[in-house]
Design a protein around this ligand. Structure first.
Ligand SMILES: [Fe+2]
Length: 296
């Protein structure tokens, strides 16, 4: 199967009873945010209906405002207008993709939550690399890295419970090649297909598709950054399954992004800290939500 191969991908995934999907709120928000002419009122309505999402939006807009020395605080409507579509898309994913991804990666031998933690850790690193390079949008890199392994959700179903460890012939080669032999497509290609179905921007679709093998020509900052972030998340110990370390780092992308040992150590520590903070926030949000429901 080629890297595009829409018809083949439809054939491959057509037999699945259900394709992996984002929660309805996130799917609706992202679909609206991807359209240039989305209605601000409708975006506000969707964000307001989800407490976690509304709180995260307020937090983000107000912390940026305080960081700039302003003492003003913004309400939801103004926060949405100030943050812009890429940040809002990132917040919707950060708040809601955990529900979709938490159970993913079983066929790779990952425990519950491991795929989500790896996705978050890679996203944090990608955001940081984008900020430091000044060459790509940090929120777009965050979202792309967060979604990079969504194809593994479909592979879980395609493999019918068979573990990835049994797909390999034993030869030392990139694991995406093993997946292509086994299924006709690898999890990055399948993930890009899903990202397209979820109305993600093309830059994100491309970065998901190439997160293990960034294109050599023309090169792309977002693809290079997401690829390096993926490797660093694994070196931090996140998301290591049956495919283990069989995803080599592209030397060209490594040099373009400026990856070296000291930087990897700092980024790996940052990724772990970020994952723990978000997990704590999400748990607190869920707890508060439960308490509110009880007292309602
Ligand atoms: Fe991957």
């Amino acid at each position: 199967m080629g890297t595009g191969g829409l018809t083949d991908m439809n054939k491959l995934l057509g037999g699945l009873e259900r394709l992996p999907a984002l929660p309805a709120t996130a799917a609706r928000a992202i679909s609206l945010l991807s359209q240039g002419n989305s209605s601000a009122a409708e975006i506000e309505r969707i964000f307001r209906a989800d407490e976690g999402l509304a709180a995260a939006t307020l937090r983000r807009a107000n912390s940026a405002s305080y960081a700039n020395g302003s003492k003003r605080s913004f309400g939801l409507k103004e926060s949405i207008a100030r943050l812009g579509n890429r940040v809002l898309m990132r917040l919707a994913l950060e708040q809601q993709a955990s529900n979709t991804m938490r159970d993913g990666g079983k066929s790779y031998g990952l425990e519950r939550g491991a795929l989500w933690r790896s996705s978050l850790g890679g996203a944090a690193v990608a955001e940081k690399l984008a900020q430091e390079s000044g060459q790509a949008d940090p929120d777009l890199c965050f979202s792309a890295a967060l979604l990079r392994d969504i194809g593994k959700l479909a592979v879980d179903t395609l493999s019918h419970g068979e573990r990835a460890v049994s797909w390999n012939s034993g030869a030392d080669r990139p694991f995406v090649d093993v997946e292509r032999d086994r299924f006709g497509a690898d999890h990055a290609q399948i993930g890009a297909f899903l990202a397209e179905k979820w109305s993600m921007p093309q830059e994100i679709v491309l970065a998901v598709r190439h997160h293990h093998q960034p294109p050599e020509s023309p090169t792309s900052w977002i693809c290079d950054i997401v690829h390096c972030a993926d490797c660093i998340a694994r070196w931090a110990g996140l998301g290591i399954g049956d495919d283990g370390m069989c995803h080599p780092l592209s030397p060209r992308a490594r040099d373009a992004v400026g990856i070296h040992r000291e930087r990897v150590e700092a980024l790996a520590a940052y990724a772990l800290e970020f994952v723990n903070t978000i997990e704590r926030d999400l748990q607190q949000g869920a707890h508060q939500h439960q308490q509110q429901r009880k007292s309602a």
